[in-house]
Ligand binder design. Structure first.
Ligand code: DGT
Ligand code: CA
Ligand code: CA
Ligand code: ZN
Length: 587
């Protein structure tokens, strides 16, 4: 069981208790525990197995610890089952709707028997919701809109979608009268794989009203609202919300820290600051005078120590500047104080791309064109990894066609000597963990990449055994897109990643961080775990055309969120060093 599963159960329990009207402190305890579980890079299952005390973790009390142990032991929480016997779990989903809080969810269930969003829609249609006590016509209308929005988008946009959606808006904002500087903050600056809303900061000396007005008049907005001279919000036609704030120069660094977040990172640095009798907020860092209490001070009262730049703000707090990708309260606050932040990998460190397809399977471009495109990107090496024959609908390679492909690769090597071309195949992992290519072919390939593309709904044990068995095959080099997820489309396989990563370490197999922004598989937490276990990570694009090679930057961003340094990433190695790794089993 992964931390994600534990967090889900605790979230559900908290939500259902809230609907039941339980003690707010109890509910808060579940929310705090969920934060801790989500930000822990170590599996709690391991900690329990090692006999460690979960209550040593911040935000986890005795009661919650007992729930977690029970969940790990039995696969369920008795308390959750009790609550679910009284109210259906689908009620928790209703609370995701704007305008439906716990009280209203309860009322809808008690009075109208509403259990799901669809039920609620039907009751709205029938005109019964507006007649309930505490609802009314306006509230019913608000819920109707919330349902429409919920259906249009279940929340978050992929990062690559967001970049495209806001490109024009950013140009528009830069042209606002009085705008001196425009920066993106929030989850987009932290390079999260999905974005809830976009946060933009504009530096402006003096009155911000014209900047806010210019912003809200953007032609691509379906809705706009201004809130005074410093704040505005718009919703684009796609449903993506964008918040803008206008900030004076002396506070720009402090505002950038604050609105970049994450919220948990902000809370952690604020807590640290309090111990040093400092106050940090979106206006700056201030010293709390002797005898005064920070709570009694106004937003910008106290001796001002910093605010103009982020470096200065972190410096005043006794911290090194923290790269936005790390600002998730996963240990970076301590590391920044101790001077032990990682030197994160950068796009310029990447020396090769080790997963891509050609017209031999489902790629759109010839091997030669892909090779030229990789050479243009300055890479020293690359691998052509067409599919194996189990992928029949894309003409996956039979052993005969694989051998034929090697001849073409040999020709391309002669024509494009500036890059090393490795022969490879993205070999399907068959149901029981067998590989979809005979051993004699596998042994002759320069590089063997394996992955799951079929029977993705096996149970956790079967899927884990299957992948581990494939990893144990002596020719395998890289496990590609290990969880099979498609962001917002397909959930990850049921897979015990801890066991898979341990097997990868044991058999000296690398794991892929698939850089395609629809996948980004492994995720940041798993990437970090791979690093801890000493498993090399390969960042590959899985490109199906030259343009796909440019997805590399999304993979690098995700790697940075997982704390990876150049030495953790296999394809930062020089050709000579990478060849040594390929030959690791020869001795
Ligand atoms: P998102 O939009 O869900 O992808 O994630 P963020 O991180 O962009 O969150 P958002 O847009 O709600 O807020 C932007 C930043 O503002 C957030 O990362 C930290 C800061 N912030 C928002 N609310 C709070 C808060 O209640 N306390 C603190 N300390 N910071 C907050
Ligand atoms: Ca945001
Ligand atoms: Ca926001
Ligand atoms: Zn694949």
């Amino acid at each position: 069981m992964e931390n994600l599963d534990i967090a889900r159960s605790l979230t559900l329990l908290g939500d259902l208790l809230e609907i039941q009207g339980a003690n707010p402190f109890r509910i808060r305890a579940y929310r705090n525990a969920v934060n801790t579980v989500n930000s822990s890079s170590r599996p709690l299952a391991d900690m329990v197995e090692a006999g460690e005390d979960l209550t040593a973790l911040p935000g986890i009390g005795k009661n919650v610890a007992a729930h977690i142990i029970e969940l790990l032991d039995t696969g369920t929480i008795g308390r959750l089952e009790e609550v679910e016997a009284e109210i259906p779990r689908s009620l928790a989903e209703l609370m995701a709707l704007d305008g439906v809080g716990p009280k209203k969810a309860k009322k809808l269930f008690d009075e109208l028997g509403v259990e799901t969003v669809d039920d609620l829609d039907a009751e709205l249609e029938a005109g019964r919701v507006q007649e309930l006590e505490g609802f009314g016509v306006r509230s019913a209308e608000k819920i109707r809109i919330a349902i429409a929005e919920h259906r249009q988008h279940t929340g978050r946009f992929r990062i690559d979608e967001v970049e495209k959606l806001i490109a024009g808006l950013l140009e528009h904002v830069a042209a606002a009268p009085g705008a001196e500087r425009v920066e993106v903050a929030g989850s987009l600056r932290r390079r999260r794989e999905t974005i809830g809303d976009v946060d933009i900061l504009v530096q402006c000396e003096g009155d911000g009203t014209p900047v806010v007005r210019h912003f809200t008049e953007f032609s691509g907005a379906q809705k706009a609202s201004a809130a005074g001279p410093t704040k505005g919000s718009i919703v684009l036609h796609s449903g993506l919300q964008v918040d803008l704030r206008v900030v004076p120069p002396e506070s720009f660094g402090a505002a950038l820290v604050y609105f970049t977040g994450s919220k948990d990172h902000n809370v952690a640095i604020r807590t640290r600051a309090v111990r040093d009798r400092l106050k940090v907020n979106e206006w700056g860092v201030f010293r709390v005078p002797e005898g005064a209490d920070a709570k009694d001070l106004g937003k910008d009262e106290g001796e001002r120590l910093a605010g103009t730049t982020e470096e200065e703000v972190y410096g005043a707090l006794g911290m090194a500047w923290v790269p936005p990708a790390l600002r998730e309260n996963r240990g970076e606050v301590e590391a920044a104080r101790e001077g032990s932040l990682p030197g994160l990998v950068e796009l310029a460190d990447i020396r090769g791309d080790l997963q891509m397809h050609s017209t031999w399977s489902d790629g759109k471009t010839s091997i030669e064109e892909m090779a030229r495109a990789c050479a243009e990107r300055g890479y020293a090496y690359m691998a052509i990894t067409d599919h194996s024959q189990a992928m029949a609908m894309v003409q996956g390679l039979t052993p005969e066609r694989a051998r034929a492909q090697w001849e073409e690769i040999a020709d391309v090597r002669e024509r494009i000597p500036e890059i090393e071309l490795f022969t490879s195949v993205e070999v399907d992992i068959l149901k029981g963990g067998d590989l979809d290519m005979p051993d004699d072919v596998l042994e002759e390939l320069d590089l063997v990449v394996v992955s799951v593309h079929s029977l993705m709904d096996l149970d956790r044990k079967a899927m884990t055994d299957r992948v581990v068995r494939a990893i144990a095959h002596p020719t395998v080099d890289i496990l590609a897109h290990p969880t099979g997820r498609r962001i917002n489309r397909r959930e990850p396989f049921e897979l015990d990643m801890e066991t898979v990563l341990e097997a990868a370490a044991e058999h000296s197999v690398a794991v892929e961080l698939n850089a395609n922004p629809r996948r980004l598989d492994l995720n940041d937490v798993h990437v970090h775990r791979a690093k801890e276990l000493g498993v090399p990570v390969v960042i590959s694009t899985d490109a199906h055309s030259p343009a796909g090679l440019d997805d590399m930057r999304f993979g690098v961003d995700q790697a940075r969120r997982g704390w990876l340094e150049p030495s953790d990433v296999l394809n930062t190695r020089s050709l000579v060093e990478f060849r040594k790794w390929l030959a690791r089993r020869a001795s």
